[in-house]
Design a protein around this ligand. Sequence first.
Ligand SMILES: Nc1nc2c(ncn2[C@@H]2O[C@H](COP(=O)(O)OP(=O)(O)OP(=O)(O)O)[C@@H](O)[C@H]2O)c(=O)[nH]1
Ligand SMILES: [Mg+2]
Length: 342
Amino acid sequence: MFIDRAVIEVRAGTGGSGAEAFRRERGVPRGGPSGGDGGKGGDVMLEVDPQLSTLLDYSYRRHYEAERGQHGEGSNRSGRSGENLVLEVPPGTVVVDADTDELLGELLEAGQRLVVARGGRGGRGNARFATPTDQAPRRWEYGEEGEHRNVRLELKLIADVGLVGEPNAGKSTFLATVTAARPKVADYPFTTLAPNLGVVRLSDYRSFVVADIPGIIEGAHEGKGLGHQFLRHIERTRTLALLVPVDAPDPQAEYASLRAELAAYSSQLQARPHCVVLTKADLLPEGGAVPALEAPEAWGVYPVSSVAHTGVSELLEALWVRSRHPEGEGDGSDDEAGWWPD
Ligand SMILES: Nc1nc2c(ncn2[C@@H]2O[C@H](COP(=O)(O)OP(=O)(O)OP(=O)(O)O)[C@@H](O)[C@H]2O)c(=O)[nH]1
Ligand SMILES: [Mg+2]
């Protein structure tokens, strides 16, 4: 199951208290203070595990607590620090304080860590309080309490290219054609209910990641269909591919409505470079013309058939270039294959 949001409660370990103790040694009549410090409480931290792809675990278990620090002991023995609690999350996890909405960080790279609750300092033992005038202090401190927080985890997939289209536009079929991903494909709307990722592998070890998300329909910003919730997953992409089937009743209107929904979601997504993919090109009648489409803001228009496998490699080469140079600088984009509107 794909879970892309979870709220958990994290509590770091409390520091151990300092000790109150006095040296008692044979032959030493009045031993000085010897109470050791308490150990630091363990931190709660998140760590990226690249094997993970969902926040599922965090929907089952909500409370996490790191170990407390041990109390200090006599003979100046410090308490042991509490173990840190390390919670594994998938790459692309955004971490927000659930009560204040403060952004705590984003976890992207394998092994990257973020402390979400800091363990309390250990209290000082009485040995620390000895002064020339007070050689036998009875003072010691409690350990500091560990931080406590409600943390919201949000997964935003990390993909280079995001596929956007109405239901049935052929997004999942395209992903299945160009990557090893095997998303469900069917001729009814909203077949895809959760995002899918796939890796496109081109020659010379070139590769990029494509995200297929559930279809969006006109009015998605008002919550129609599955709404906008999955657009979050393509917020990080370098370029978008807007898919419009060649047999759409009005390809121009369908394209305009996709653009409008992106704009309603965020100005960033609206401004993200995009191309138009005219899917299901095999459905064109023999010798039939590709629908003319006005898309001056697009960096290209590509008629493609995932089924007949036409136009696919040209599109992939262009997507590769755009996923490296989203604005098209210095990439020789004028030479790219593809069909351009006049
Ligand atoms: N003829 C033809 N049919 C296609 C092509 N690509 C997809 N289809 C068909 O179009 C229908 C919808 O395909 P999907 O890939 O599930 O579409 P989607 O955009 O992922 O749809 P949702 O997940 O519902 O948003 C399926 O019946 C596919 O077989 C194509 O290149 N040619
Ligand atoms: Mg789909």
